[in-house]
Write a protein that binds this ligand. Structure first.
Ligand code: HEM
Length: 515
């Protein structure tokens, strides 16, 4: 995709900026590294037998499994976060509560609850030895529970075949998807006492009978151990044959599919990559997912403009994907102004990040990084800035000639202030003369009773008389803001198109208002 695209940029960051510099505070990968991590256990015992990774994968499946491919209802819409759905017998267990407590922390205006659940499962699988999974974003959160429909172990084979058909999977795909999921985790005694007895196993203090001997690793052992007759899978060799659903499912084609997985780790991995992607893309009809999100090779980040009197401050970073630190590398940014002119500056290495269990690393460069931190580049507001390009070791990076577009039509003005008596605040937005936005507003993220995000727009009344910020910009001001803990982004509608600033602004960061 082409940068900037606020939604894809945000989803790309959660998907690929997993550990290290410029990652979210609640980055998902931290909670599945090491892969036996299980933070839900108050003792944080490494011997609970549980893992966040397994919980996240099961949660995504239970969200997806309500899909009805005939009428287009249900699927990955985050409805599994709703208490009514978690209370159903088909959703027995506390793995969902564990998952929501962590995974939903990445939700924001561009990343839905359902996208976060999908990303949690995907990152768990990829981090813990699994294949890379194509990820699309754009899932839409349901406000009400879906019709029930998650398969249960005591149901017979015909019911399971019918259930997976309703979800959009053939019998062969059902065998695959169950094996792909059940390479992680196991069955807990406390919620399934009719399947698993108390284990008295010091390495599984939560009494989890695992599906294979490597329950926190993606591998084909679930199939290989089944074929070799060494399996301990409680849904294959459980003491209660009624609940041996994996036995019935794996054997339903005379073991042909499961044998092919046992014989080929590669076939198992590639089949699971496809099936997991399809499971995560199981969405209600009418929901349009984005393209498959791939990492941008050169990605500007945290690009932010602030008007400071006669100076246009340009803050930012750029990420070079799949690179390691190299002191001999040279990185330059070129900015293109409204008059056809350019300026340029050398960027300094700041730090690194990694993803996919350390498979990929990325290096980050700051627009004006000094020993004092990230400082802005200082530009002329009259010339402004239309786009950026980068030169990495002499090679021009400009998205195939498009450049990286920058929006300098409106931005926060440094004259914004807070405090004074009575407690008040003022937001000044510098608007480029000649742009004539139809609206300028503050955007606040609103969270409703079922955790859906939406944006509340608070319009700034157009100034009755132009107040110059400098010779190229005028100020639109919102006075008498009373909530000093307020955080917001700035939006504007220009020629019918809505634009937003990316950095969240906090009122308490502003200078005190002159008294
Ligand atoms: C007929 C279909 C299926 C049945 C009857 C079934 C049944 C079960 C049961 C009873 C558990 C134990 C849950 C617990 O103790 O908390 C479990 C765990 C699990 N299932 Fe399934 N499952 C099915 C399909 C799937 C699929 C398709 C996936 C994913 C693609 C999946 C992923 C998991 C995972 C990862 C766990 C481990 C959870 C943990 O250890 O916390 N299952 N399954």
């Amino acid at each position: 995709y082409v940068w900037p695209s606020p939604q894809l940029d945000a989803l790309e960051a959660v998907r690929f900026d997993q550990l290290g510099f410029n990652t979210l505070i609640a980055t998902l990968a931290t909670f599945v590294q090491p892969c036996n991590l299980f933070l839900f256990d108050p003792t944080i015992s490494p011997n609970s037998g549980r893992s966040d990774a397994a919980d996240w994968i099961r949660t995504a499946y239970h969200d997806a499994a309500t899909h009805n491919s005939t009428d287009g209802t249900g699927g990955m819409d985050g409805s599994i976060r709703l208490p009514e759905e978690q209370a159903r017998a088909e959703n027995a267990g506390n793995g969902f509560a564990n998952t929501m407590g962590i995974v939903l922390a990445v939700v924001d205006r561009y990343v839905s609850n359902a996208d976060a659940i999908a990303l949690g499962a995907l990152i768990a699988i990829e981090t813990c030895g699994g294949p890379e999974i194509a990820f699309r974003g754009g899932r839409v959160d349901a406000a009400v529970p879906n019709a029930p429909g998650v398969p249960a172990p005591e149901q017979d084979l015909d019911s399971h075949i019918a259930s997976f058909a309703r979800q959009g999977f053939t019998q062969t795909e059902m065998i695959g998807l169950v094996a792909c999921g059940h390479t992680f985790g196991g069955v807990q005694h406390s919620f399934f006492p009719n399947i698993v007895n108390v284990l008295n196993d010091p390495t599984s203090t939560d009494n989890v009978a695992h599906f294979d001997s490597t329950p926190v690793t993606f591998d084909n052992n679930v199939a290989a151990e089944y074929i070799s007759g060494t399996t301990t899978n409680p849904l294959v060799v459980g003491f209660n044959d009624t609940t041996n659903s994996d036995k019935r499912i794996f054997g339903s084609d005379g073991n042909a599919t499961i044998l092919s997985f046992a014989n080929s780790p590669d076939l198992f991995a590639s089949t699971c990559a496809d099936l997991f992607a399809r499971m995560l893309d199981t969405v209600p009809s009418g929901v349009e997912l984005t393209e498959v999100i791939k990492p941008l090779p050169v990605k500007p980040s945290s690009v932010n403009l602030i008007m400071d009197g006669d100076t246009l401050q340009l803050f930012g970073l750029v990420r070079l994907w799949n690179t390691t630190e190299d002191p001999t590398r040279t990185v330059r940014v070129i900015w293109h102004d409204h008059n056809g002119g350019t300026g340029n500056s050398t960027l300094n290495f700041v730090s690194t990040s990694s993803s996919t269990g350390g498979k990929y690393t990325a290096t980050w460069y700051g627009f004006n990084s000094t020993v004092f931190g990230l400082m802005p580049l200082l530009l002329d507001p009259v010339a402004g800035v239309k786009s950026l390009s980068f030169v990495v070791d002499g090679i021009l990076e400009d998205q195939g000639g498009l450049g990286f577009a920058i929006q300098d039509a409106f931005m926060l003005s440094q004259t914004s202030c807070q405090g004074g008596l009575p407690v008040i605040g003022r937001v000044d937005v510098a608007v480029r003369n000649g742009v004539n936005p139809s609206r300028v507003y503050l955007e606040q993220i609103n969270i409703d009773s079922v955790l859906r995000r939406s944006i509340t727009e608070i319009d700034i009344t157009p100034p009755s008389q132009l107040v110059a910020a400098n010779s190229a910009y005028s100020l639109w001001s919102m006075n008498n803001l009373t909530d000093q803990s307020m955080s917001f982004t700035i939006g504007a509608e220009i020629d019918g198109i809505k634009y937003s600033t990316t950095d969240v602004l906090y009122m308490f960061d502003f200078a005190p208002c002159p008294t």
